[in-house]
Design a protein around this ligand. Sequence first.
Ligand code: CUA
Length: 166
Amino acid sequence: MHIDPLEKKWIYVVLAAIALFLGVIFYTAAVRNIHPPGHIETVDSASLHLGEEFAEDKLGARAQADGSVRVTLVAARYGFYPRDIRVPEGTPVTFRIASADVLHGVHVPMTNMSTMIVPGYISTVTTSFPKPGEYPMLCNEYCGMGHDHMWSKLTVVARERWNAAE
Ligand code: CUA
């Protein structure tokens, strides 16, 4: 079978591009822990304040028995509540986030913490933050007039300085 040399060249270019894309997907999944959404958990967005997990006094960062940290957040126009979260560096942190109103997203720049927050569903992300510092938690899904101002503060502190009660 005859294949024009120019066409052959483009076949190689396309195969190389596909190999590159697959490589990036496997690299980010294996090394950077970036995955598509997995399990599905639902919640009644209209009555979060009455529920077990997302009632106001249950929100925030809490140490778990296994040494990890759980952060429970409510996303609502226009912020993530509580507004100020402190977590220890280099420790597995599991975020559990529910929206009280519309579609939001959350993104912590320079980290792999990023997910959509769909009303009616609980978003769960487990990651760890290797570098202490102050990070903004930004909304990255358009949610209304105040979307540009929807952000909260995430502070990563050295392990020995972290205190769940703060
Ligand atoms: Cu919340 Cu944009």
